[in-house]
Design a protein around this ligand. Structure first.
Ligand SMILES: [Zn+2]
Length: 172
């Protein structure tokens, strides 16, 4: 899917290995692409705004981002603007997603999550065994993924993987 938007198209290069569209223009310190553009506000004044490039990509390919939603990266590459690699998440899903990918650490002292050094085992500690069993019990009792997420906030994928024993296979 390629869209006619030169300001966007001239600023990325496709990585043939990952399929990621690597943003070539300016980036934030976290690696997110940035796009500067101007528009005319309701007073017909010219204003310059800075948009996250992956959010811009979502808007031009799929339309407006609903309120309180975030655009996350399936590929875990913050500089990627490939619309096929983007997904719409709530803030908590986006955080869970990055926890799952080991990008957040639970502080030993405070028990709060903070962004830090990768620790791949963390996701394994995000749910206690009794929670895993309860999530699977809910599936057996006919609860939907959405209903399960109301009790155990996590991405649909995370819940689905637990239900289908893709993750936490060691827990009976
Ligand atoms: Zn990507």
């Amino acid at each position: 899917m390629k869209i006619k938007d030169d300001r966007f198209n001239r600023n990325y290069e496709v990585d043939p290995d990952t399929g990621c569209w690597e943003w070539q223009a300016s980036r934030t310190k976290d690696g997110y692409g940035q796009l500067f553009h101007t528009y005319y506000n309701i007073l017909k004044q010219k204003e310059a705004v800075c948009t996250a490039a992956h959010r811009y990509s979502w808007r031009i390919h799929y339309g407006p981002i609903p309120p309180k939603r975030e655009v996350g990266h399936r590929c875990d590459n913050p500089g990627c603007v490939n619309p096929d690699h983007l997904w719409l998440a709530t803030h908590s899903e986006n955080i869970w997603d990055s926890v799952k990918k080991g990008r957040w650490n639970k502080s030993e002292n405070t028990g709060r999550f903070k962004k830090g050094v990768s620790r791949p085992n963390l996701w394994a500690r995000a749910f206690a065994p009794e929670e895993i069993r309860d999530i699977r019990r809910m599936k057996d009792q006919g609860y939907t993924i959405e209903e399960t997420r109301a009790t155990y906030p996590a991405s649909k994928t995370a819940i689905s993987w637990i239900r289908n024993r893709i993750t936490y296979r060691e827990i009976d």
